[in-house]
Design a protein. Structure first.
Ligand SMILES: *[C@@H]1O[C@H](CO)[C@@H](O)[C@H](O)[C@H]1NC(C)=O
Ligand SMILES: *[C@@H]1O[C@H](CO)[C@@H](O)[C@H](O)[C@H]1NC(C)=O
Ligand SMILES: *[C@@H]1O[C@H](CO)[C@@H](O)[C@H](O)[C@H]1NC(C)=O
Ligand SMILES: *[C@@H]1O[C@H](CO)[C@@H](O)[C@H](O)[C@H]1NC(C)=O
Ligand SMILES: *[C@@H]1O[C@H](CO)[C@@H](O)[C@H](O)[C@H]1NC(C)=O
Ligand SMILES: *[C@@H]1O[C@H](CO)[C@@H](O)[C@H](O)[C@H]1NC(C)=O
Length: 443
C-alpha cells in the first residue's frame, strides 16, 4: 500500500469548546454505583499522539475522526446478541425484550473522512503477539465486551483468568486468543488509585470512600508493565462522597459528610488521573501505548436517575440537540481528562511512549437511544431504576472499537514511517512519500 502524507499539520485542539451551561439532567452521585456491582501530531522529536486520520484516503491525516455525525446505515450491527456469549447480562438489551432495532442502523461519519468498518481479521493481525488491558470501571468492561463480540466471528478467546488471579471475580478477566497470541484483560479499578473499597460492602451507597489520590491502584499497576496497549476509562465513580488523601493526610473531600448537595470536587479526579498517567509513564519496562477513553455521557430524561428518569428514545439526536444536553459533570470531566491526557502525553513522549485519545464524549452525547433504559434488569429484578449509563450490545458502543482499530492502525503505520516523516518535517513541511509494505499491517 502506498501512503502519501500530503499534509503534516501541527495538532490543534479546542478542549474548551464544550459549551458551558446549565445542567438540565442532574445526576446524583450514586447512579453508576447502583448499576455496577488525529491529527497526527508531528513534534520535533517523536510523534506519539494519535487522533486517527484517514488511512484509506491517504490525504487526510488531519481528519479528526471524532468530529462528525451519525448517519443512517442499513446494514445493521456486526453481531447478534444471541451469538455473542460475552455480553454482560445487564447490557444484553434484546434478551430483556428491547423491542426496537432501528437504533442499530446508524454509523459514525467523521466530517472530513470515512471511519473504516471494523475488520476483525485486520484487528487480530495488528495485535498478534500483543496484549491489551482495559483499566477502569464497567464502562471499560462494556467496551471490552464489545470488542470480544466484534472479534467473535473470527476467533474465540480462552478464559485464562485463573492464571492471574485466584479471585473468581467478574471484575477481573483475562482472555487469550491462542491463534493470534493476543491477550485482552479487564482490570477493575474504578478510581484508578488506591481506595478504601468501602463500596464493596456498602449497600446504602452513601458511605464516603477514601481515595488515596497519589497512590495508583495495585489492581492494575501489578499487571500492566508488559502490556502493549493500556486503555484507561472511567470517572463515573467520582460522583460519590469521597475523601481525598495525599501522603497519608486528608487534603479534601467531595459531598463531605455525605452532604449530597455539595458540588463536584474534581480535585480528586484530576489528581487520580494524573497519578495513573504518571505511574504508567514511569513504570519500569513499560513500552506500551496509552489510551484514554473520555467521559461516557449518560442520558436521563423526564426525571433524575432515581426519580423515574429514563432514556426511551429510539433514534440518535442531532449534534445541535445534543449540545443542549448537559449531563451532570460532563463538561468538567471531559476538560479535566483532556488536560491531564495532554500533560501525560508531553511527559510520555520524551520516553518514546505513544498515546491515543478516544474522544467519544460528544460522539456519544448524540446517542441517548443506545442505553439499556429498562431493558437491562438488575439481577434482583427491580426495574424501577433505568440504566441510562451503560450501553446496549450490540449498539453504538461498538463504534468505540472502530475508533480503537483505526488509531492502532494509524499508529502502526506511522511507527513504520516515523523516522522519514519526522526528518522531512524538520526540513520544512514537505510532501513525504513513503512506501509501506502491505505486510506491515496484514502480517
Ligand atoms: C473531541 O471531539 C469533539 C467533537 O466530537 C471536538 O469538538 C473536540 O475538539 C475534540 N477534542 C479533542 C481534544 O480533540
Ligand atoms: C480531505 O479533507 C478535505 C477537508 O479537509 C475534504 O475536502 C476532502 O474531500 C478530503 N479528501 C478525502 C479523500 O477524503
Ligand atoms: C506471544 O506473545 C508474547 C508477548 O505478548 C511473547 O512473549 C511470546 O513469545 C509469544 N509467543 C509465541 C509463541 O509467539
Ligand atoms: C509525606 O509526609 C512525610 C511526613 O509526614 C514528609 O516527611 C514527606 O516530605 C511528605 N512527602 C511529600 C511528597 O509530601
Ligand atoms: C418516553 O417516556 C416519556 C416519559 O415517560 C413518555 O412521555 C414518552 O411517550 C415515552 N416515549 C416512548 C417512545 O415510549
Ligand atoms: C426497588 O427500587 C425501589 C426504588 O428505589 C426500592 O424502593 C425498592 O426497595 C427496590 N426493591 C428491591 C427488591 O430492591
Amino acid at each position: 500500500m502506498k501512503v502519501e502524507v500530503l499534509e503534516i499539520l501541527k495538532s490543534s485542539y479546542a478542549a474548551k469548546n464544550v459549551p458551558k451551561g446549565v445542567f438540565i439532567l442532574p445526576l446524583t452521585l450514586l447512579v453508576v454505583v447502583l448499576f455496577l456491582p488525529l491529527i497526527i501530531n508531528f513534534h520535533e522529536s517523536d510523534s506519539t499522539l494519535y487522533y486517527g486520520g484517514n488511512l484509506e484516503s491517504t490525504e487526510n491525516y488531519s481528519c479528526n475522526i471524532f468530529s462528525g455525525n451519525w448517519v443512517a446505515y442499513s446494514e445493521g450491527p456486526y453481531y447478534d446478541n444471541e451469538n455473542c456469549p460475552f455480553i454482560t447480562y445487564k447490557q444484553n438489551c434484546f434478551m430483556h425484550g428491547r423491542p426496537d432495532r432501528e437504533f442499530l442502523k446508524w454509523r459514525w461519519k467523521p466530517d472530513e473522512c470515512e471511519l473504516p468498518l471494523f475488520d476483525a481479521k485486520q484487528f487480530l493481525k495488528l495485535v498478534r503477539g500483543k496484549s491489551m488491558a482495559f483499566v477502569g470501571d464497567s464502562i471499560g468492561r462494556n467496551q471490552m465486551e464489545s470488542l470480544l463480540c466484534l472479534l467473535n466471528s473470527v476467533a474465540r478467546p480462552e478464559d485464562i483468568t485463573g492464571r492471574y488471579t485466584l479471585n473468581d471475580d467478574k471484575y477481573f478477566k483475562w482472555w487469550f486468543y491462542a491463534h493470534y497470541n493476543f491477550t485482552v484483560a479487564i482490570l477493575w479499578s474504578p478510581f484508578l488509585v488506591k481506595s478504601s473499597q468501602a463500596y464493596l460492602n456498602d449497600a446504602s451507597f452513601s458511605n464516603a470512600e477514601n481515595i488515596y489520590v497519589d497512590e495508583a491502584d495495585k489492581a492494575w499497576t501489578n499487571h500492566i508493565a508488559n502490556f502493549d496497549y493500556v486503555i484507561f476509562s472511567g470517572g463515573q465513580w467520582f460522583f460519590r462522597p469521597l475523601t481525598f488523601y495525599e501522603n497519608g493526610s486528608v487534603v479534601g473531600c467531595q459531598k463531605c459528610h455525605n452532604l449530597m448537595t455539595d458540588p463536584l470536587n474534581l480535585y480528586g479526579y484530576r489528581s487520580a488521573l494524573r497519578t495513573a498517567f504518571r505511574t504508567v509513564v514511569n513504570l519500569k519496562g513499560f513500552k506500551g501505548m496509552v489510551f484514554l477513553v473520555t467521559h461516557s455521557p449518560n442520558h436521563f430524561e423526564n426525571g433524575e436517575w432515581n426519580k423515574g428518569g429514563g432514556c426511551n428514545r429510539t433514534m440518535p439526536i442531532t449534534k445541535e440537540e445534543s449540545l443542549l444536553l448537559h449531563p451532570y459533570g460532563l463538561e468538567e470531566f471531559y476538560e479535566t481528562q483532556v488536560e491531564e491526557f495532554m500533560a501525560a502525553e508531553k511527559e510520555g513522549r520524551e520516553k518514546g511512549l505513544r498515546f491515543g485519545l478516544m474522544n467519544i464524549t460528544r460522539v456519544m452525547l448524540m446517542r441517548p437511544d443506545g442505553h439499556p433504559h429498562k431493558y437491562g434488569h438488575n439481577l434482583d429484578g427491580n426495574v424501577s431504576i433505568n440504566d441510562c449509563v451503560h450501553w446496549c450490545m450490540p449498539g453504538p458502543v461498538d463504534t468505540w472499537n472502530e475508533f480503537l482499530l483505526h488509531i492502532i492502525k494509524m499508529a502502526s503505520l506511522q511507527t513504520f514511517t516515523q523516522r522519514e516523516v519526522v526528518s522531512t518535517f524538520k526540513k520544512g513541511r514537505k510532501i513525504v512519500k513513503e512506501e509501506i509494505c502491505n505486510d506491515e499491517i496484514s502480517r
